[in-house]
Design a protein around this ligand. Structure first.
Ligand code: ATP
Ligand code: MG
Length: 422
């Protein structure tokens, strides 16, 4: 029988890698904590309508990328393709928006895309949402938080910030018709994707990767000229915040984002180190979304970072800290020694709850146990043989450096370990 395999684009995270995931997550969580954001955990599955109503019926995500299915009840459900919609749904449902709220989430997202480096069908995001503040100081807070995160990870010189304002809904509608007018006159020169989008989602044409289409856009009306006054002023204030804090950015007038719910500020952090999948984090303001999903009108702004892409980037730059290794490897030769060793080690764990202790299992010769001890990367080996048991002692053997092996009474083990750890 052929062995079953994981689904294309949905990957296992193996033990060697999971340390890296834990490292990244720990740094992100620590920065989010320090800015006062609290974690929220939403289900992976939501009603399909949640996503079509928020992300937008004619976006790539909802049109082509969602994993949707009918459950046994005949209800249409979808694996979440992103976190903001579910977070807003939960915040409304549990009345978290009566006062301003800072929330973050993490976990797998699902999109039926063509798998390639930095693009999976199950991928992971860590995202944050800031509810209740309409001003650009809130946008700036999220950007500062991210800039700090990149510094903590050592990525500050390889990611760059692109920002834009896409204005109010009305401003965008006016711009949309101007853009459609212009592009319709050049319909035949557009790439196939853009021709399709001309009807459904013309703003997305702005970030087309097609060179000829990009050339055409040079002559197109600019979104900036259609911005409403408030959006324009907020954008100027946001830029002032960033300037004052020394956070570098470029204004990319063609940055639009692929989700319908955004307004005013949008931003992306981009790297050149990962080829085509260069956006590691993206976000923006979505002042209409809460009301659109049935809540009391509440402004919001948020971001989501792609965990796999960040891991690739940290790996490419060789910035992962050394993998954790156990401090001690515990060996025993013979039944009586096994019993003694086990009892002592469990006591040691009581005294040093955070100490990494790997207990050798399965017996074997001294030589084979020593080999495993060496391979474990541990600093010290603890050793119980017949002699040690008879004398109520234990042998401590340094595995790195050139310290001396020594035997000492078991009662002194904790004290000795304490000293060696200092
Ligand atoms: P892209 O243009 O690369 O498809 P997107 O605009 O669809 O990205 P968002 O919905 O804004 O992406 O998601 C935020 C971040 O999540 C992205 O910037 C990226 O880092 C990550 N991401 C999105 N889709 C995937 C995927 N299929 N695989 C891995 N990471 C992804
Ligand atoms: Mg996408």
């Amino acid at each position: 029988m052929s062995a079953l395999r994981s689904i294309r684009g949905m990957n296992d995270v193996l033990p060697d890698d999971s340390h890296r995931w834990q490292y990244l997550e720990a740094v992100v969580v620590s920065v989010l904590d320090s800015y006062g954001y609290s974690e929220i955990r939403m289900p992976l599955v939501e009603p399909t309508a949640l996503f079509s109503r928020s992300i937008g019926e004619v976006t790539d995500i909802v049109e082509k990328e969602m994993y949707s299915f009918e459950d046994r009840n005949g209800d249409s459900l979808s694996l979440r393709p992103e976190g903001t919609a579910g977070c807003v749904r939960a915040a409304i449902q549990h009345n978290l928006l009566a006062t301003p709220a800072r929330l973050w989430y993490r976990g797998p997202m699902f999109r039926y895309e063509r798998p390639q480096k930095g693009r999976q069908r199950q991928f992971h995001q860590i995202g944050a949402e800031l509810f209740g503040y309409a001003g650009p100081d809130a946008d700036a807070e999220l950007i500062f938080l991210l800039a700090r995160l990149w510094r903590r990870l050592g990525l500050q010189n390889v990611v760059r910030l692109e920002i834009n304002s896409i204005g109010s809904l009305d401003a965008r509608a006016a711009y949309r018709s101007a853009l459609v007018n212009y592009l319709s006159a050049h319909h035949d020169e557009l790439d196939e994707d853009s021709q399709r989008r001309l009807q459904s989602n013309p703003l997305r044409i702005l970030d087309s990767k097609n060179a000829q289409t990009q050339g055409l856009l040079d002559g197109a009306p600019a979104l900036q000229e259609y911005l409403d006054d408030e959006s324009r002023e907020d954008f100027v204030r946001l830029c002032a915040y960033l300037d004052a804090a020394g956070v570098a950015y470029t204004v990319n007038p063609r940055l639009v984002r692929g989700l319908d719910y955004y307004n005013k500020t949008v931003f992306e952090w981009v790297t050149d180190e990962l080829g085509a999948q260069g956006t590691v984090c993206a976000g923006g303001r979505y002042d209409g979304l809460v009301a659109q999903l049935g809540g009391k009108a509440t402004p919001g702004v948020g971001f989501a970072m792609g965990v796999e892409r960040l891991l690739l980037l940290i790996e490419a730059l060789d910035l992962f800290p050394a993998e954790p290794v156990p401090s001690m490897y515990v060996m025993a030769m013979g039944d009586a020694a096994e019993q003694r060793a086990t009892a002592c080690v469990e006591k040691l764990r009581d005294t040093f709850p955070d100490l990494g202790i790997t207990r050798h299992l399965g017996g074997g010769s001294f030589k084979s146990q020593m080999k495993k001890a060496d391979r474990s990367g541990a600093q010290l080996a603890l050793l119980w043989g017949e002699d040690e048991v008879a004398a109520g002692e234990v042998t401590i053997k340094p595995l790195r450096g050139d310290g001396e092996q020594q035997r000492l009474p078991e009662e002194q083990l904790s004290e000795r370990v304490q000293a060696l750890l200092e």
